[in-house]
Design a protein around this ligand. Structure first.
Ligand code: SAM
Length: 282
């Protein structure tokens, strides 16, 4: 047996994982869900054939989507997480005793159940008493919120299928309304490297800039996402992620992180020239 899982990263480039066992497969109301045991990356979760999480490199994504906004405003207490069914984002948030409430809105309950069974590394903290799980469309959920959150994290699939609505102007406008006056919005911002992903990233950036006075992009190296070069967007009503970073306060928390540190926080906003060009022309 020589089994491989292959994902198309562009129409002309592919990434393959050596598979030891196909642990789970099913099609939910929203998408095809698979879990594979791979040799190099441990267990991986795929949705509709796209890698969402691997045991080996998930720490990079979850460190960067959570600790960058948390170090920018250490007084964050009320958080809304959209998507994120694997639980890794919530796991990192629950490490902050200062956070009082985490609402997580995931469209597909089956993703959560599968991750609780096969990926306890990411899903184990979904039972934290501060967490309330809502199984509904994040687009609809934010429409009903006003002035309710300090931080919104959009940890979604790519801009097609159920995730499409989470990259629209309507959604970003509703996120603005759902945040209070010191609110921060962080979202996964796709990769700048391959043309189709870059266009999605430009569209998202342009739409967010239309609502928020502060709108920045930062980067991380994530080996299993297309090209390995991944972007996040940080938009805010008040806080600047570099000027307002209080490194001493964050370091005093004593959180052990495998990827994030406060020097890297600053460096992650220093973008390559080709990415700056893409953002200028968004
Ligand atoms: N880290 C991942 C990535 O960037 O590839 C994302 C992981 S997480 C599993 C993405 C989740 O977003 C999926 O479980 C999917 O069901 C959920 N999702 C997609 N569209 C959604 C929507 N409209 N509302 C809420 N959740 C949604």
């Amino acid at each position: 047996m020589n089994l491989w899982f292959t994902e198309d990263h562009s129409p002309y480039a592919r990434f393959s994982f050596r598979v030891e066992e196909h642990l789970y497969t099913a099609t939910s109301e929203f998408q095809k869900i698979d879990v594979f045991q791979t040799t190099e990356f441990g267990r991986i979760l795929t949705l509709d054939g796209y890698v969402m999480v691997t045991e080996k490199d998930e720490f990079i994504y979850h460190d960067m989507i959570v600790h960058v906004p948390m170090a920018t405003n250490p007084s964050i207490q009320k958080v809304l997480v959209i998507g994120a069914g694997d639980g890794g984002t919530v796991r990192e948030l629950t490490r902050y005793p200062s956070i009082k409430k985490i609402d997580m809105v995931e469209i597909d309950e089956q993703v959560v159940k599968v991750c609780q069974e096969f990926l306890p590394q990411t899903a184990a903290q979904l039972t934290d008493p501060r967490v309330t799980l809502y199984f509904e469309d994040g687009l609809k959920f934010v429409r009903q919120q006003e002035n309710a959150y300090d931080l919104i994290i959009v940890d979604s699939t790519d801009p097609f299928g159920p995730g499409e609505g989470l990259f629209t102007k309507e959604f970003y406008g509703n996120c603005y309304k759902a945040l209070n006056e010191q609110g921060i919005l962080v979202n996964q911002h796709e990769s700048p490297f391959y043309a189709e992903d870059a266009r999605g990233m430009q569209r998202a950036h342009k739409s967010i800039m239309g609502f928020f006075p502060v709108s920045k992009v930062y980067q991380a190296h994530i080996p299993t996402y297309p090209s390995g070069h991944w972007l996040f967007g940080l938009a805010s009503k008040k806080y600047d992620p570099i000027e307002d970073l209080d490194s001493d306060a964050w370091n005093a928390l004593g959180l052990q992180t495998k990827y994030y540190n406060t020097k890297l926080h600053v460096g992650s906003f220093a973008l390559p020239n080709y990415v700056k060009e893409l953002l200028i022309h968004a």
